[in-house]
Design a protein around this ligand. Structure first.
Ligand code: SF4
Length: 365
């Protein structure tokens, strides 16, 4: 058996390099502007796995990689030479549809990766106009550019999910939200959206939220049909977290652990995750120690490279160099293996999709 973690092949490394440097693409290629998640990027299928790759930002102009279309096929070129044939997904059929009120379905939810329908149900964040805004986040940019609407209703989400399932074969859902001043409302709203989608499609649903002050609201999510949950600490380097996500840094680590533990009780082993962003200026050792702690709890540490989105407070930063993140992927893949965690066991959401991270390619077996 190939040891993917310690002797990574070119196929394992290519997505990592692409996410570090970005890629230049022809302007006609599909590209997302602003927003949360894989903003300002393109999804490329490499070895049957979707990879979200930046197409704008500091590194892209000088990136050695370009995407070229030759005789009906797509190829990644490195410094002018073809290195890999890849696939681009066609624009989803449901993007052509509108609600009875004239809202385009794509303003309500987007296709992420190859099979995930994703929506930011509340596109505004209580911290956006304050010093506590997370420096890496672009949540309100897509609202400013009118690519989306501020509030998606449960009925609209259910309508879009049904159409995307029927027309484009989506197989799971990710729901996220900007932080609301009223934490109970935030969780109740996610619960209503999840219940409406579940009733219409029965698809597995992932939600992402801040650690709620009241643990019983997690129970409400479970009762509403949520299958997996992401409670994202972003970084275990407290000094860096204070600078980049002050509102998260104010929450005691002990409370994060309480919330993750309760989530595991409700949603199960491997069905809880936390993003760990690499490239915020943190020490690799903090990411590794944090990933070890998460694995011990049964929480999947979803390691993602920073994507400096134009318009955000980190737009001038760089994604992490491949040399920084590869050893992390290797070490965390070993931790996942010894803990019995795997992206393959996740029912829904970012871990299931995997497009924003190179980690799935490093997992053993
Ligand atoms: S990993 Fe998450 S944020 Fe990234 S494309 Fe997939 S669902 Fe979207």
């Amino acid at each position: 058996m190939t040891d993917k973690a310690h002797n990574p092949s070119l196929d394992t490394l290519l997505p990592v390099y692409l996410q570090s440097t970005g890629i230049t693409v022809h302007p006609s290629c599909n590209r997302r502007a602003g927003g949360a998640g894989p903003a300002e990027g393109i999804t490329i299928i490499v070895n049957e796995r979707p990879i979200s790759v930046p197409t704008t930002g500091n590194t892209v102009e000088s990136s050695p990689f370009s995407l070229q279309h030759i005789d009906g096929k797509h190829f990644i070129f490195n410094n002018g030479s073809p290195v890999k044939e890849v696939t681009l997904l066609p624009s989803p059929h449901y993007y052509t549809l509108k609600t009875a009120h004239g809202t385009e379905y794509r303003e309500i939810a987007l296709l992420h990766g190859a099979h995930c329908l994703a929506s930011t149900v509340l596109q505004q964040c209580t911290y956006w106009h304050s010093p506590d805004r997370c420096t890496f986040c672009g949540i309100e940019l897509s609202l400013q550019s009118r690519a989306t609407i501020a509030k998606k209703t449960p009925q609209e989400l259910a309508e879009v999910a049904k159409a995307a399932s029927r027309l484009d074969g989506i197989s799971h859902i990710t729901l996220t939200t900007g932080t609301q001043a009223d934490a109970s409302f935030e969780l109740e709203y996610l619960a209503s959206c999840s219940a409406a989608i579940k009733a219409e499609t029965n698809l597995p649903i992932h939600v992402q939220c801040m650690p709620p002050p009241n643990l019983s609201s997690l129970e409400l999510l479970k009762q509403s049909g949520v299958d997996t949950i992401g409670v994202h600490i972003e970084s275990f380097d407290q000094r860096i977290l204070k600078k980049t996500a002050p509102s998260k840094a104010r929450i005691d680590l002990k409370y994060y652990i309480t919330v993750w533990t309760e989530c595991i009780r409700l949603f199960g082993f491997n069905q809880v995750s936390s993003f760990l962003i690499v490239g915020l200026g943190e020490k690799n050792s903090s990411t590794l120690d944090g990933a070890a702690l998460l694995c011990e709890l049964g929480v999947y540490p979803f390691i993602v490279p920073l994507r400096p989105i134009p318009g955000t407070l980190m737009e001038k930063n760089l994604p992490p160099d491949a040399c920084q993140i590869i050893p992390l992927y290797q070490e965390v893949a070993s931790l996942l293996h010894s803990s019995g965690l795997s992206w393959k066991k996740s029912k829904a959401g970012c871990v299931r999709c995997g497009a924003c991270s190179g980690l799935p390619d490093f997992e053993h077996g």
